[in-house]
Write a protein that binds this ligand. Structure first.
Ligand code: ATP
Length: 233
């Protein structure tokens, strides 16, 4: 579904991604792990198009998209749930969700909302209240729900467990697994490497902007280097 070839990206003169190669097959959960500042967020932003690629190729379903504007990538089926949630605090939960479906209205909008509410029932209960009144975990659900409103084929999820209590982390990751069961492909960035690799089909470890290890989720959980550097045992 997604092929990334020799992708490089930079902020001004500072190179952040160096010749990144990776592959995401349809139906997979692929985890991207690595320490702070490794370039995980930059990679997701380069895939969604809010950060330009300096060089390299991004193929989505066989089409090169690396020069395509972000809204056109959404139309192709890629949507991103950003790090830090970035919900619109004063707007209601439902209006936040509707913003994710700017290309839809009427029946398709209703259908998309119903799917999000089925995944996260608490959002339906709280649909009329301002997003800023939600707890951190509920705001994370809202950020994911907003990305789902565009009916993506590929969901880019940036740190969905950041700052959440363990029970909520489990709940969010269970939702990710249920999205996979519904046929949505997921590229998941996580600092919580053990939780991410446990649900991932495959994973990549990024260090200072380079892919240094790749393998199945199970193999990475057993890898001594991954264990020492990212799992703490
Ligand atoms: P984190 O988990 O902390 O978000 P990350 O792996 O997602 O880490 P990035 O956020 O992609 O890493 O950052 C990679 C590098 O790029 C870091 O050195 C960071 O300081 C730098 N960087 C990120 N955003 C910018 C920006 N807007 N301008 C300049 N440098 C940036």
């Amino acid at each position: 579904m997604l092929t990334v070839e020799a992708l490089s990206s930079a902020y001004g003169r500072i190179s952040v991604l160096h010749d990144v190669n990776l592959q995401v097959e349809a139906g997979e959960i692929v985890a991207l792990v690595g320490s702070n500042g490794a370039g995980k967020t930059t990679l997701l932003r380069t895939l969604s198009g809010v950060q330009p690629a300096r060089s390299g190729r991004i193929l989505f379903e066989g089409r090169p998209i690396e020069r395509m504007e972000p809204h056109r990538r959404v139309a192709c089926g890629i949507s991103q749930s950003p790090e830090g949630r970035q919900v619109f605090g004063p707007l209601s939960v439902e209006d936040n969700l509707k913003l994710g479906a700017f290309r839809r209205s009427g029946g398709p909008m209703r259908e998309a909302l119903e799917k999000v509410y089925a995944l996260f029932p608490v959002l339906e209960e709280k649909r009329a209240i301002p997003a800023m009144s939600l707890s951190g975990g509920q705001q994370q659900m809202l950020a994911i729900g907003r990305a789902l409103m565009a009916a993506p084929k590929l969901l880019l999820l940036d740190e969905p467990s950041l700052g959440l209590a363990p029970l909520l982390v489990d709940q969010i990751l269970a939702a990710v697994v249920s999205l996979k069961e519904q046929g949505i492909t997921v590229l998941l960035v996580e600092q919580n490497a053990s939780a991410a690799l446990a649900i991932a089909d495959r994973g990549y470890v990024l260090e200072t902007g380079r892919v240094v290890i790749e393998g199945t989720g199970a193999a990475l959980l057993e890898d001594p280097k991954v264990r020492a550097a990212y799992l703490g045992f």
